[in-house]
Design a protein around this ligand. Structure first.
Ligand SMILES: Nc1ncnc2c1ncn2[C@@H]1O[C@H](COP(=O)(O)OP(=O)(O)OP(=O)(O)O)[C@@H](O)[C@H]1O
Length: 508
């Protein structure tokens, strides 16, 4: 399938997909990164080039905005990182309002009776069997007459591949006009979906994709010929209503991806609803989301009438296999000292250190590097592609310690992480513990049923937060530790450097 840019230069240009382009930073201006993609000292223009003062007290730090997760960025990061399917042991739940709809699941792609070019595209991508969500969703997506669908499953379980396959099999390649519209919350996410469509449809020469995203200039009077239009709600609205580049009455499939991110972005819900209202009554409506909360549910039902709903429950994070400790520290220097005392043992496996703000992550990284420790750092200052690179290096164990903020609290699975350090406890705007973020951060240490250890560095006036956390996650106590090793803990024979201290910490 040729990209629109190749269509004689008349059609809209296809912007480059992030992470796939030869020059990844080309799609977003980004801060310089250390030579090897991780934080290294004395890099020109890096934060280390500036003299950053440590947040001397926790009040200093709290006055600064905590670095929060951006849902659209996390989705994109997940897409870049999920190069293979995420396994999920739960069964898919299927709920239907119309008991007459025929429901079944497939075990092979052949059962879908796809065009041979499309089947070839699927196999060339290395998909031997449908994933769990695909096995249940694909028969619904391809049913005649079409069914509306709402599907929820965690990132990496095969949703994108499912609806892309549905779009490619639904469009008539011989007809040169838009037939499927697909909305995503950002330009980069739209390009990622398009990238999958182009790969899967590579043998379907007559099917073309275009992108309704900012920066994709289409000259006045253009009538779109591409069968699939993927884009963000604002630009899609513009193309549909203001510029009238396509005939909405001929759209037979409308896909709304990343719906949970969509409702979080101002204006996107109403724009999506406006587009949906102008589509024909028999247009197939599909909505995909990684999570499902009440507000999303209300939105989903406005977009998708009489849907079949399929859900794949997320693997639950648990704290039961993680031993949790806390240190009460007088000040930042003492926190740092406690961390350095742990360093020898945390680098036996791999560790993630969470800071509340980018400033404290900068400060800590700089100090650790100055003291000769090798650490990687990941904050929102890096572009998504750079973040993916840092995470990939960490996954490949090229660095053993990753200092980060909440941008990395959830979703990023690195199997070898067995230790998590909260250099500051996660708190919400009311200065109360943010339990969900705590669970997600600490949960990084105990993925895939492994045993992990979590250390929390707490200021003396914040000890009550520890007790709140204990109360919230009953049956998962936090054990107190001394921030400095007891006198004479070090023996030359110790492989860890601090045997007494560590064995006290580890409770062994
Ligand atoms: N049937 C399959 N067999 C093998 N790999 C697959 C299959 N379906 C999808 N994949 C691969 O698994 C990864 C995740 O798939 P996909 O992007 O479709 O999941 P997703 O649920 O849409 O995730 P996200 O919400 O992050 O976009 C991708 O690398 C994709 O190529």
């Amino acid at each position: 399938m040729a990209a629109p840019a190749a269509s004689g230069g008349r059609g809209p240009q296809r912007p480059r997909a992030p992470g796939r382009s030869p020059s990844p930073s080309g799609y977003r201006s980004s801060k310089p990164l250390g030579r090897d993609g991780f934080f290294c000292r004395r890099q020109e223009g890096s934060v280390l080039g500036h003299r950053r003062e440590p947040p001397h007290s926790s009040e200093d730090e709290e006055s600064e905005e905590e670095e929060r997760e951006d849902l659209a960025e996390s989705s994109l990061l997940n897409k870049l990182l999920h190069t293979s399917l995420v396994e999920n042991s739960h069964d898919v739940e299927v709920l239907q309002q119309d008991p007459s709809s025929p429901l079944f699941s497939i075990r092979t792609f052949e059962e879908l009776h796809l065009k041979k070019e499309l089947l070839q595209g699927v196999y060339t991508m290395g998909f031997n069997r449908p994933s769990k969500i695909q096995a249940n969703a694909l028969p619904i997506l391809m049913a005649h007459p079409p069914h509306n669908l709402i599907a929820q499953s965690q990132s990496g379980t095969g949703k994108t591949a499912a609806f892309v396959l549905a779009m490619l099999s639904r469009v008539k390649g011989a007809e040169r006009y838009p037939q499927c519209l697909c909305l995503a919350p950002t330009c980069e996410l739209s390009l990622q979906i398009g990238h999958v469509a182009e790969k899967m449809g590579r043998f379907c020469n007559d099917i073309k994709v275009t992108y309704a995203v900012q920066g994709n200039r289409v000259s006045a009077g253009t009538v779109l010929e591409e069968q699939i239009v993927i884009g963000t709600p604002g630009t899609m609205l513009d193309w549909c209503f203001k510029r009238r580049l396509l005939n909405m009455r001929r759209i037979c499939m409308f896909v709304l991806d990343e719906a949970d991110v969509m409702i979080d972005t101002q204006g996107f819900s109403s724009q999506s609803i406006r587009i949906q209202r102008a589509l024909p009554k028999d247009c197939q409506m599909l909505l995909f989301s990684a999570t499902f909360k009440e507000t999303l549910w209300k939105f989903a039902l406005q977009i998708v009438s009489r849907p079949i709903i399929i859900k794949l429950r997320q693997e639950e994070l648990t704290l039961t296999n993680i031993r949790q400790y806390y240190f009460v520290c007088r000040n930042w220097e003492q926190k740092y000292e406690a961390l350095c005392n742990l360093y020898g043992s945390i680098t036996i496996g791999q560790a993630m250190i969470f800071c509340q703000t980018r400033r404290s992550a900068d400060w800590l990284s700089m100090k650790m590097i100055q003291d000769g420790h090798q650490v990687a750092m990941l904050t929102a200052e890096l572009s998504i592609v750079q973040r993916a690179e840092v995470i990939q290096r960490f996954r490949d164990a090229k660095e053993k310690v990753l200092i980060t903020t909440n941008v990395c609290a959830r979703g990023i699975d690195v199997a070898q992480v067995t230790i998590v350090v909260n250099f500051g406890l996660p708190i919400n705007r009311q200065k109360q513990p943010d339990f969900e973020t705590y669970l997600h951060r600490i949960g990084r240490a105990g993925r895939f049923g492994k045993r992990g250890i979590a250390f929390n560095m707490v200021d003396s006036h914040s000890v009550h937060l520890v007790h709140c956390i204990e109360e919230h996650f009953r049956e998962c106590p936090l054990f107190p530790c001394s921030p400095v090793p007891p006198v004479q803990p070090r023996t030359k024979s110790s492989p860890l450097g601090h045997p007494v201290f560590i064995s006290a910490v580890a409770g062994t």
